[in-house]
Design a protein around this ligand. Structure first.
Ligand code: OSB
Ligand code: MG
Length: 371
């Protein structure tokens, strides 16, 4: 039977990070997000997170804009609507451009409900085959190479076997060389969040000596042609993050040879349905693929973890324990590291419970839609 949405509740979340997180695009000290709860006709509740930050520093979406899009346009059409499959929602809003992170919240909440109704973990419902996903940690820009090496040492001691380091001009070669000297065999990569230009190619070529697993998003999101020109000059594989918001972007990336790896984020591509499609394409095009993060709360983290169990995920993910960023998570129990892996929850749907007492401290109700 199709699932019918009878209620939608939307909250704004403000979660304090344990430490400010610095990238070339700016520093985040508090994670702003939206949490969406959809209730079906049987009273089951599904959850989806909208990862848009308070300001549009990462992509064009931002929290208040996403909230307006959901409240004014999307949720009034979702409540009272029936869905045979979460993909149906993507069809329903296909004529509305962009707004991937807002759309992702609805698509993910529908997947949570869909899997619960089949009494399956979300990972299984998506077609996942692994019981665990390879973890990885993303480290923000630090004050000095020595401070960065110390952070990497802590991460390695905690179990992480793949470490990503944020870089920008002035915080790149010396930092990465120090890490490589201290950890000669570590799976190490760098993420520039668009901080460079094609004219920096000779500078970036010096990274080749460091045997990085990849260099993520060196150039601007729209610069696929420039990424192709840069890739032709580098041995280090390029990974695209901000550049890939649709399947068409991934197709253009392959056509232009703009890189060899995709950082697949549920939020950035508009949800799990779109992520599955891009992953299937990437697999067939022989691109490496791994699941990225948005300083996520446990709700988005659990959805990303489910995605990371799919065939086609070929490299460790930006999937870290709840305690990587937060003293307390909005889910209970929090997600933890088992060795170098994250175990997939066994319960149906997302498989995690909301920690409502803590949730009440960090959430503000924005809207409550009923039939
Ligand atoms: O570029 O992948 C990114 C966090 C916020 C915005 C963009 C990015 C990131 C990260 C953190 O690298 C990944 C994570 O949540 O573990
Ligand atoms: Mg990135």
């Amino acid at each position: 039977m199709e699932l019918q949405i009878v209620q939608a509740r939307l909250w704004a979340l403000k979660m304090p990070l344990l430490h400010p997180f610095a990238s070339s695009e700016g520093t985040v000290a508090t994670k702003d997000a939206l949490l969406l709860e959809l209730t079906d006709q049987s009273g089951r509740r599904g959850f989806g997170e909208c990862s848009a930050f308070a300001t549009p520093f990462y992509t064009a979406e931002f929290q208040a804009g996403a909230a307006a899009f959901l409240q004014h346009l999307v949720l009034p059409r979702v409540v009272g609507h029936g869905y045979h499959h979460p993909d149906d929602f993507d069809q329903q809003v296909a004529n509305w451009q962009g707004n991937q992170m807002a759309k992702a919240a609805v698509n993910c909440a529908l997947w949570d409900l869909y899997a619960q109704r089949q009494n399956q973990p979300l990972a299984k419902a998506l077609g996942g085959e692994r019981a665990a996903a390879e973890a990885g940690i993303s480290l923000g820009i630090q004050a000095s190479p020595a401070a960065l090496v110390e952070k990497v040492a802590q991460a390695v001691a905690a179990g992480y076997r793949r470490v990503k380091v944020k870089i920008k001009p002035g915080h790149d070669l010396a930092d990465l060389r120090a890490v490589r000297a201290a950890f000669p065999t570590l799976m190490l990569m760098a993420d520039a969040n668009s901080a460079y230009q094609l004219t920096d190619a000779a500078h970036l070529r010096q990274l080749d000596e460091l045997r990085l697993t990849m260099l993520e998003q060196p150039l601007a999101p729209g610069d696929l042609i420039e990424h192709a020109a840069l890739q032709a000059q580098l041995q280090t594989p390029l990974c695209l993050d901000e550049s890939i918001t649709t399947l068409a972007d991934a197709q253009a990336m392959v056509q232009l040879q703009a890189g060899k790896v995709i950082n697949l984020k549920v939020a950035r591509v508009g949800g799990l349905s779109a992520a599955k499609q891009i992953l299937a394409f990437a697999q067939q095009a022989h691109l490496d693929c791994w699941v990225g993060g948005m300083l996520d709360s446990g709700v988005a983290r659990a959805a990303s973890l489910a995605l990371a169990t799919l065939p086609g995920i070929t490299l460790p993910n930006d999937l870290s324990a709840s305690t990587r960023f937060y003293a307390t998570d909005i889910i209970d129990p929090p997600l933890t590291l088992q060795g170098s892996q994250m175990l997939v929850p066994a319960a149906a749907g997302l498989g995690v419970e909301i920690n409502w007492p803590y949730f009440a401290q960090v959430a503000t109700l924005l809207g409550d839609f009923t039939m």
